[in-house]
Design a binder for this molecule. Sequence first.
Ligand SMILES: Cc1cc2nc3c(=O)[nH]c(=O)nc-3n(C[C@H](O)[C@H](O)[C@H](O)COP(=O)(O)OP(=O)(O)OC[C@H]3O[C@@H](n4cnc5c(N)ncnc54)[C@H](O)[C@@H]3O)c2cc1C
Length: 715
Amino acid sequence: MKAGRLLLLAVIAASVAFYFAFDLGQYLSLDYFKTQQAAIESYRVSHPGQAALAFFAIYVAVTGLSLPGAALMTLVGGAIFGLLWGTLIISFASTIGATLAFLAARFLLRDGVQRRFGDRLGAINSGIAKDGPFYLFTLRLVPIFPFFVINLLMGLTGLRTSTFYWVSQLGMLPATLVYVNAGREIGRIESLAGILSPGLLLSFALLGIFPLLARKAIAFVKARKVYAPWPRPRQFDRNLVVIGAGSAGLVSAYIAAAVKAKVTLVEKHRMGGDCLNTGCVPSKALIRTTRFLADVRRAGALGVRSANADFDFAEVMERVQRVVHTVEPHDSVERYTGLGVEVLLGEARITSPWTVEVATEQGIRTLSTRAIVVATGGRPAVPGVPGIEDVGYVTSDTVWGLRTPPRRLLVLGGGPIGCELAQCFARLGAAVTQVQRGPRLLPKEDPEISASVMERFRSEGIDLRMGHAPLHFERDGERRSLVCEHGGARVDIEFDQLLVAVGRTANVTGFGLEALGIGVTKDGTVETNDHLQTIYPNIYAAGDVAGPFQFTHTASHQAWYAAVNALFGQFRTFKADYSVIPWCTFTDPEVARVGLNEQDAKAKGIPYEVTTYGIDDLDRAIADEAAHGVVKVLTAPGKDRILGVTIVGEHAGDLIAEFILAMRHGLGLNKILGTIHIYPTLAEANKYAAGAWKRAHAPQRVLEWVGRYHAWRRG
Ligand SMILES: Cc1cc2nc3c(=O)[nH]c(=O)nc-3n(C[C@H](O)[C@H](O)[C@H](O)COP(=O)(O)OP(=O)(O)OC[C@H]3O[C@@H](n4cnc5c(N)ncnc54)[C@H](O)[C@@H]3O)c2cc1C
C-alpha cells in the first residue's frame, strides 16, 4: 500500500479509535443534548458564528468518518439553529462529510476492489455509468441503506465526484428539511403538554410518511421515463387484457370479471394451456391407469393369487384424452364468456404499454387497455445435444399423441416431469432408461428422498443412469443411440423413442416484450418486481412466464396478485407472497414438500432440527400394503415452529395439506399433536411425526421428578 493510503488509513483508524475509546458517542445522544440545551442555546445567542462553525465541523467529522449519530445531529441542528439555518448548515455539512467518506473509500479501496472483482462488477459499472445519478438520487431520497453505506459503496464505483456531490446534496435535502423541522419542534417542548402540540405531531407524521412519499415520487419519475416514448391513448376500451389462457391467465381474467372490470382474454392455441392439455391433467390421468397396472402386478401381496390386466396402449392414451375433454368445459370459451370475460382466440402482440394487437381468424384487432397481464407460460426446453433432431424426440407437449407403445424409451432428465413419465411408461411395459447428468433424480429434494424414489424405480425395472453427460445422438437407419460420458468413459445407450424432459423455458419472445425493453432474468423468465410488475407499472406477468415456480397452483396464486394489482394498484399494491409454497411429484411413491428441506436450510444458513416418522410403522399403511415412506419435518431449534416438511409415500400430496395449513397460519407441531386424527388413516402419520418431535423435547428433568413423585405415592 502506498504511503499516502497508509497515512489516510492511520488517521481514520486513530479518529475512530479516539471516538470509541473516549466514548464520544455519549455526547451524541438526545439525553445529553437535553441536559445541555440551555447552555448550548445561550452560547449560540452570544456567539452565533462560532456555534454554527463548530456544529458544522463536528457534523462533517461524524459523517466523513461514518460514525453513528448523524440522524440525531440533524434533529439537534434543527433544535439549535431553527429550520432555515439548521437546514442550510446540515445540508452542506452532510454533503461535504458524505463526499469525504466517498473519496476515502475510493482512495483506499477502489483499485483493489475493481482489480479483484472487476469481471463481476462489469454490470454494476456500466449501470452506474448509465443511470448512476438517478440511482444515487433514489437511494438518497428513500434511505433503504444507511447513508454511510451508500457513501462508501459509491466510492468504489466509477461515479464522478462532482456528480456524487450535487446529487447527494439535492437528494438528501428533502429528508434534511423533514428532520430539521422535527428537531426544531422537539426543541420547543417545554412541558409534557408540548408533546401533543400540532406542530410536533405534524413533524412526526412527516417523518413517518416522508419515505412513502419519496418512494411514490421516485416511482412516478421512473414511470414517466419509461412511458415517455409511447403515446398514451386518451381513453381505454378495456381495463385489462390477459395474454394466455393457461392457469395464470384464466384466473387473472376470472378475478377481473368478478370485480366487474372489462377484461379480454387472448389465447392463441388451446384454452386451459399446459395444465389441462399437456401437463397436470393428462399426466395424472395416465398415472391413475399405470398405478392400477402396478397394483395388478402385486396382487399376490394383497392376497390375490393371480390377477391379469389386458390393455391396449392406444386405448390408455385415448382415455387420457377423454379425461382432458371431460375437464375442458371448466376452462372453455363458453364458461369464461358466461363469467363476463371477452375471449379472443388469436395471437396477441403488445404494441405499446396500452395496446395489444390480436391476430384472429377474422383479421387483426387492436385493443386499448389500462393494464396487461402477460401469462404466456412456457414450453419444454430442448437441449442442443448434437444429433438430437436426427433421432427425433417427443416432449411433454407431444408425448400425448403416441398411440404405439415405445419398446425402448430413453427419458432425458430426472426432474418431476421426467420421473412421472418414466415410471408411467415403464408400467405400460416399455424398457425405460432414464439419463440424468447429476448424481440423482429429483435433485431439489434431500438425497435420501431421491434415494427412496430411485430404489423404487430400480425395483420396477427402470434403468437409471445417473452422472451421465450426453455427448451426442447417433442414428443408423432405425438404430438410435445416445452417447454419454460417464466417469471418464464413453457409454452408448440404444433406444427406440426419446422423451426429452430437461426443464421448461418461459415464453418471453415474439409478442412484443423485446420492443418494449422488458427484461428477462437469468432463468429466462420475465423480469418483474415483488408486485409482479414489469418496468411498465401497468404490465404484469404471472405463471410460468414470471417464475420462479412452475406449478398450476403458483400460477393461479400469482394471478390473484397480478389482477388485483393491475386493477386496484392506484390504491394499494400487494407483494406476491411466496412464504409457504407446496408442491408434489406424483411418482409412486409421491414426494410432497412445503417450505425448507435440509439442503435448502443448509444453503441458506438457517438453523434447524429434523424429526422423522417412518410410514412403514403406520397401521393403515400396513393394511394397505403401502408401508413405506417418511414424514420429515424441519423445525426451528427448540421450538415446534415448522420450517418445512417433506413427505414420501402414498398420497403424500394430500397428506401434506395439514402441514401447509399449519405453516400458513403459524400453527406448530404441538397443535397438530393436539388434533384428533381419524384411526386408521394415512393422515395419522402427520400426528405421529409431531409426537416424535414431542418425545424428543420432553422435559427429562421434570419427568424424573414426576417419576419420584409416583414412587413416593406407591409408598
Ligand atoms: C407433464 C407436466 C405435468 C405437470 N404436472 C403438474 C402438476 O401435477 N401440478 C402442477 O401444479 N403443475 C404441473 N405442471 C406445470 C403446470 O402445467 C404449469 O405450471 C402451468 O400450466 C402454468 O400455467 P401458465 O398459465 O403459466 O402457462 P400455460 O399453461 O403454459 O399457459 C400459457 C398460455 O398462453 C398462450 N400463449 C402464449 N403466447 C401467446 C400469445 N402471444 N398470444 C396468445 N396466447 C398465447 C399459450 O398458448 C398457453 O395456452 C405440469 C407440467 C407438465 C408439462
